[in-house]
Ligand binder design. Structure first.
Ligand code: ATP
Ligand code: MG
Ligand code: FE
Length: 342
């Protein structure tokens, strides 16, 4: 089954074609980063308008790259939520309109299920069951994954997502949006011994996270340095490093705990922050020690993309699942999902 996947939940227009026999045939991405950069964050109305402009040309592009026409498609999957309602609406309307015209099935996919399944597109995909750490701009969650659509939430952030904290710290450091990769790059020049920031909620049992206090701690550290007239290039890098170390350490501690408590031996790490090099190194080292293994998407499939939506949609469409109505779900808890009915 050849499935066109459409992702428009936030500030990336992603389109891809996944074939359940041949694998990923094509994928294309248009990022709106430059459009939103001057506002320091995503402007919802501008995002919707830009998706409208870019989506159909990207569909033509992936069809061309795959050597197909739209009549060769067997189904269409789109991100139905969670995300910005106007942005989601562009993908949903396009998907339903195309599917109606082509007389093929259509399905609204959960954006975080897309992220969660992204490592399935790699050479060595993780078999079920596994624990998933979803770390992105809007989510920090640990999920026990028993199979497709069989998700149990183990823990999540009670305030900011890890990616959101990276983005806010970037702003404090006057780095451009989106800040995660920028903070990580600056931290490369930083020294880990100079400051030690707190590892929130690691000193008590449980699998929830909190990154809001760490963000405030970072702001206070920067204020102090500024007051002492000591905020030079090295100090900024040292702060970035201390912040990154704290986030990475916290995530590693909770992942180890989740694996121990669930008895799973595999960890899937997905979402934008899973691109972070130091996080991957720390997780790999920690997991080897416990006889477990981590699985990641390739770099460009960590952040939003159409390939993960095409893949997730193809699994469900091939099992017979359909969406009859066009209903974006800006808020949609992952644990509400169920496996496709046989
Ligand atoms: P969600 O998936 O929760 O709806 P989103 O789609 O906006 O949110 P993603 O596109 O998955 O999030 O990821 C973007 C986030 O990842 C941003 O917060 C960005 O700063 C962060 N990020 C990307 N690369 C890195 C990196 N190398 N280190 C740290 N953070 C990173
Ligand atoms: Mg994005
Ligand atoms: Fe995302």
């Amino acid at each position: 089954m050849r499935v066109l996947g459409i992702e428009t939940s936030c500030d990336e227009t992603g389109v891809a074609i996944y074939d359940t026999d041949a694998g990923l045939l094509a994928d294309a991405l248009y990022s709106q980063i430059a459009l939103h950069a001057e506002f320091g964050g995503v402007v919802p109305e501008l995002a919707s308008r830009d998706h409208t402009r870019k989506l159909l040309p990207l569909v033509d592009q992936v069809l061309g790259e795959a050597g197909l026409t739209k009549h060769d498609l067997d189904g269409i999957a789109y991100t139905a939520g969670p995300g910005l309602v106007g942005a989601l609406m562009v993908g949903a309307c396009t998907a339903h309109g195309m599917a109606r015209a082509l007389h093929i099935p259509v399905l609204g996919v959960h954006h975080m299920e897309g992220h969660l399944l992204a490592p399935m597109l790699e050479e060595n995909p993780p078999p079920f069951p596994f624990v998933a750490l979803l770390v992105s701009g809007g989510h920090t969650q640990l999920v026990d994954v028993r199979g497709l659509g069989d998700y149990r939430l183990l823990g999540e952030s009670v305030d900011d997502a890890a990616g959101e904290a990276f983005d806010k710290v970037a702003k404090m450091l006057e780095l451009p949006y989106p800040g995660g990769p920028q903070v990580a790059a600056l931290a490369e020049q930083g020294r880990s011994e100079r400051f030690r920031f707190p590892r929130p909620m690691t000193d008590r049992p449980g699998l929830d996270f909190s990154f809001s206090g760490l963000k405030t701690h970072t702001l206070t550290a920067l204020h102090k340095l500024r007051e002492q007239d000591a905020l030079d290039a090295q100090a900024r890098a040292d702060v970035a490093r201390a912040f990154e170390d704290a986030v990475v350490d916290t995530l590693v501690i909770k992942c180890r705990r989740a694996l121990k408590e669930s008895g799973r031996q595999r960890l899937v790490v997905a979402g934008g922050v899973s691109a972070n090099r130091r996080l991957r190194e720390a997780l790999d080292t920690a997991l080897v020690k416990m006889g477990a293994q981590a699985f990641y998407p390739r770099g460009r499939f960590c952040t939003d993309n159409g390939a993960m939506i095409a893949y997730a949609g193809a699994q469900r469409l091939a099992a017979g699942q359909r969406s009859q109505t066009l209903q974006p779900r800006p808020r949609w808890p992952l644990a509400e999902l169920t496996p496709p009915e046989a």
